[in-house]
Design a protein around this ligand. Structure first.
Ligand SMILES: [Zn+2]
Length: 335
């Protein structure tokens, strides 16, 4: 448990996978009560860790009046629902997550169905089959329930601070951040992360162009006065603007690499483009990634190629698999 601003405490909770180490839950003092930003992942070790952290604040989970969740991914949402079941705590989630919640709580097809379909479009049928063979690799549906409140853009007034709810679609379609302008802090969820670039559109019902959504959301936050960054993963930093500039530069470079790869290949599926560029901060080859990360790599590639099609740089031809080529008269530089 770490104090990060007056009346705000960061509580890293464990996650049961080998990828990210922890998800940050932020406890905000609100008079006699506490408000949490994000809930954590509903696993016993996270639930126990939360108790320990709140005890260090001379508090316990019963004083938590409300949990504001940035998006519906399981590491942020499921423990919020767990606490609601246990204590009746009110849970808020961005209104834009409604289609995903409907899919997750409706007839259960597995949360990776949209990704398997996308892989077939991308020319990655073998990978889709590999993913299928993993079976129910998606979220368990049992911790998915609708929130008590669907959060729209607007203000949440606490005892001595105002949180502005700002929709930031991209990482997921209904992602929101919470901005305390007077306090100079942004609870950024996974929209702006300090050390990694968030995955784009990995959700049950992705939008047509999740990267376009994400870049627009980065630009929208960049237009607001700068604040300190309180991310959902990793350590806080002094400037949201600085990190947004780095994220935009990263995606510009990726767009360039993928445009070049299509130029080199002539006509290519997203799977072929994904195999032609390197991945992760360690510049790994596509083949070195595990099945889950290869799936993410292909869907990220599709997201970038879609933006290049929208901006007129590439042309997309229909059918399954979809293929991409350089637009006639378009810029073919970089090959
Ligand atoms: Zn996350």
């Amino acid at each position: 448990m770490f104090p990060v601003a007056p009346g705000v405490h960061r509580i890293p909770l464990p996650m049961p996978t080998d990828g990210l180490v922890a998800v940050n839950v932020y406890a905000i003092e609100d008079g006699e009560r506490l408000v949490l930003v994000d809930g954590g992942w509903a696993v016993p070790e996270a639930r126990a860790r939360l108790d320990e952290a709140l005890a260090a604040l001379d508090a316990d989970v019963r004083v938590v009046s409300r949990i504001l969740v940035t998006h519906a991914h399981r590491d942020h949402y499921t423990l919020a629902i767990g606490l609601r079941r246990e204590l009746g705590t009110r849970v808020g989630l961005g209104a834009g997550e409604a289609p995903s919640l409907a899919a997750l709580t409706g007839e259960w097809r597995g949360s990776l169905q949209a990704q398997r379909d996308a892989l077939l479009d991308a020319g990655a049928g073998a990978l889709a089959a590999e993913l299928e063979a993993l079976g129910g690799a998606g979220d368990p549906p049992d911790y998915y329930e609708a929130p008590d409140e669907w959060l729209e853009a607007g203000r949440i007034e606490l005892a001595d601070r105002v949180l502005e709810v700002v929709p930031t679609p991209g990482h997921t379609r209904g992602h929101v951040v919470f901005r305390d302008a007077a306090g100079g802090i942004l609870f950024a969820g996974d929209h702006v992360l300090p050390h990694i670039t968030p995955s784009i559109g990995f959700e049950p019902v992705p939008t047509d162009s999740p990267l376009r959504d994400f870049l627009s959301s980065l630009a929208a936050i960049r237009r607001l006065a700068d604040t300190a960054l309180l991310p959902a993963h990793g350590t806080p930093g002094p400037s949201v603007h600085t990190r947004i500039d780095e994220l935009v530069a990263h995606h510009d470079a990726r767009l360039d690499q993928m445009r070049s790869a299509v130029g080199d290949l002539g006509r290519a599926t997203a799977a072929e483009v994904a195999a032609a560029v390197s991945w992760t901060r360690r510049q790994r080859s596509f083949a070195e990634l595990d099945v889950f990360n290869r799936m993410l790599a292909v869907t990220e590639t599709v997201a970038h190629l879609t933006v290049l099609v929208e901006s007129g740089v590439l042309r997309r031809s229909g059918g399954r698999p979809v293929s991409y080529s350089t637009a006639r008269g378009g810029d073919t530089a970089g090959g």
